[in-house]
Design a protein around this ligand. Structure first.
Ligand code: FES
Length: 104
């Protein structure tokens, strides 16, 4: 298993961006569950964040693409607004052990 981040990382950053084996991911906690997605907007297949670890809209409710403003649900990655509405971020499976989140 490859490590994505720790619980401390998620306390410091509500969304955490990380690169593992050349692939970029974002990790967040939503509704007491860890969610992780490929950091790849379905519109142009480019990374989402505004700056390092900054993936949320101004109200911190939705994941927002910094390029054209597409908005994604944090719980399932569905795009609810923007040029790729109806598409989804690609979710990845994780496992938590000893306050560390791993990619399965
Ligand atoms: S690249 Fe993300 S909305 Fe266009």
């Amino acid at each position: 298993m490859r490590m994505l981040c720790t619980r401390d990382d998620l306390r410091r950053h509500p969304t955490f961006g990380v690169t593992v084996d050349g692939e970029q991911y974002l990790v967040l906690e939503y509704d007491n569950q860890i969610k992780a997605y490929r950091n790849c907007c379905p519109h142009l297949h480019i990374p989402l964040e505004w700056e390092e670890h900054a993936f949320l809209d101004k109200d911190s409710h939705l994941i927002r693409c910094s390029t054209h403003g597409a908005l994604f649900m944090p719980d399932n990655g569905e795009c609810v607004s923007g040029p790729c509405a109806g598409d989804k971020l690609q979710a990845v499976a994780t496992r938590e052990s000893n306050n560390t989140i791993y990619l399965l």
